[in-house]
Design a protein around this ligand. Structure first.
Ligand code: BES
Ligand code: MN
Ligand code: ZN
Length: 496
């Protein structure tokens, strides 16, 4: 979709949309429209359920007194509370409405509403919301009727602050490109995206200045990555360790922060095989890795002034004559040994070696990992909030704040020695599962055993938030890319 910003002139044809604050009498352009329409807007606001609440949309077709074909009003909620996310929600709701109506082009008038955000920011976030909603993964639909496709191709946002809006939108646009890259990767089926093809997709990041390094199976074997390789050994697909670096703060080899992603391109469970129902969902068990790639794109494309590492452990977890068995003991790159109680608790085995590799190679002081790690996190937090586990109050606070700001909430869960004991093994240094209780926490305790003393670490369990089964204002159902905007925000607020 093409988005541009211009002066807030009313169009004389086509589709006109206007942002409206909640429970306010028509002012500015809306007052002018109300006058042309002989009071119709005032009557609408007093006599209908449309009050300008966030995300509310109403429409006049062939509005009396105006030359346009459609007039659409979009609520942003109470003026004194209207912040970036409210404008995004309004833009998203408008885009959904326009696509539903088969509209191809529209003009949105964005007059300043409230004081939470400057006028340019308001228009930019409304536009960003519209673009975020206009995502659809339809490359494999060859026979779909035109009626069902997204129709909106062009949105003009009219605002006095059009120059500021265009500049603000430019930055948002890079992040949205990263979000779409992640959504594309995560949506692909596992016959298309597997470790090697994942790496090939990620190579596109070289165009924005990201350096790519890849370890293949024998290189990982040389480094002793027995935990990751144990998971991979049941698959015909070779594993890969993908490492991306972005040097936005100069060419030094100091990397203050590393992002690590679980990239299980398909998780059958292995010999501890999963039931058939819903197993197709496990194509998105590489969601954490997908987020790391999209995030690296966002940071590089908007030239973030920071040096970052992004690392993805890419494997496929399959049952096979060569697959690892429950009870097997593997030696991780850290030297610690692991009894594999359940081959379906594979994500932590993959992450363990990636964490060790990243720390040995880049010595970051902060690591954030993302993983679709446990079904239990959905039981605890549902599908809108990700689990946060960390050894640092400060890092936890910064991530929570970033999540709230971009609408990707996280909630911190406890960790501690009592939980850690639950993964002690009788035969090895640890086992890869605890008992039934606190499954998300024992998974985090497992990861923490691979984090060096002095490193600030946080783990985001995104099993609930990676895939959505219903449309939300700026996130259509399907792959959400939850984490890209959160971590981009974390970087811009804390590290640049
Ligand atoms: N990839 C799954 C977790 C998952 C489940 C993600 C549902 C998204 C949706 C993970 O590898 C897994 O299988 N975890 C097990 C751990 C158990 C064996 C300790 C789980 O959650 O059941
Ligand atoms: Mn699993
Ligand atoms: Zn998994």
């Amino acid at each position: 979709m093409h988005i541009r910003f211009s002066a807030p002139d009313l169009p004389s044809s086509g589709v006109l949309a206007v942002l409206v604050p909640e429970d306010a009498t028509p002012a500015g352009v809306l007052a002018r429209i109300d006058e042309s329409m002989e009071g119709a807007i005032g009557r609408l606001l007093s006599g209908s359920r449309f009050k300008g609440k966030k995300g509310q949309v109403t429409e006049f077709f062939a509005p009396h007194g105006l030359k346009v074909d459609r007039l659409i009003l979009v609520g942003v909620g109470k003026a004194d509370k209207a912040a970036a996310l409210d404008f995004e929600a309004a833009g998203g709701a408008l885009a959904a409405h326009l696509n539903g109506a088969g509209v191809t082009e529209a003009t949105l008038i964005s007059e300043p509403i409230g004081m939470m955000l400057d006028a340019g920011g308001q228009a930019a976030h409304a536009a960003a919301g519209a673009r975020l909603r206009c995502y659809r993964f339809d490359k494999y639909r060859t026979k779909e009727e035109q009626e069902k496709k997204l129709s909106l191709t062009s949105l003009t946002v009219g605002t006095e602050a059009h120059e500021a809006a265009a500049a603000a939108f430019d930055k948002l646009q890079q992040v949205i490109d990263g979000v779409f890259l992640t959504r594309n990767l995560v949506s692909e089926p596992a016959n298309v995206i597997y470790p090697e093809s994942f790496v090939e997709r990620a190579r596109a990041l070289e165009d924005v200045g990201v350096k790519i390094e890849v370890l293949n199976e024998s290189q990982m074997r040389e480094r002793g990555m027995g935990a990751l390789l144990g998971v991979a050994q049941g698959s015909e697909r070779e594993p890969r360790l993908l490492v991306m670096t972005w040097n936005g703060a100069g060419d030094s080899s100091e990397y203050p922060v590393a992002f690590v992603g679980k990239g299980v391109c398909f998780d059958t469970g292995g010999i501890s095989i999963k039931p058939a129902g819903g197993m197709e969902d496990m194509k998105w068990d590489m969601g954490g890795a997908g987020v790391v790639v999209g995030l690296m794109h966002a940071l590089a494309a908007r030239k973030a002034k920071v040096n970052v590492v992004g690392a993805c452990g890419l494997v496929e977890n399959m049952p096979d004559g060569k697959a690892q068995r429950p009870g097997d003991v593997v030696t991780s790159m850290s030297g610690q040994t692991i009894e594999v109680i359940n081959t379906d608790a594979e994500g932590r085995l993959v992450l363990a070696d990636v964490l060790t590799y990243v720390q040995e190679t880049y010595k970051p002081s902060t690591i954030v990992d993302l993983a679709t790690l446990t079904g239990a996190i959905m039981i605890a937090l549902g599908k809108n909030t990700a689990g946060l586990f960390s050894n640092s109050d400060e890092l936890s606070g910064a991530l929570s704040e970033a999540g709230t700001a971009v609408g990707e909430p996280v909630w911190r869960l406890p960790m501690g020695a009592d939980y850690d004991r639950m993964i002690d093994s009788d035969i090895a240094d640890m086992k890869n599962t605890g008992q039934r209780w606190a499954g998300s926490i024992t998974a985090a305790q497992f990861l923490q055993r691979f984090v060096n003393e002095g490193v600030n670490w946080a783990h985001l369990d995104i099993a609930g938030t990676t895939w959505s089964d219903k449309d939300a204002p700026t996130v259509p159902k399907g792959a959400t890319a939850f984490g890209v905007r959160l971590l981009d925000r974390y970087v811009s607020e804390n590290l640049e």
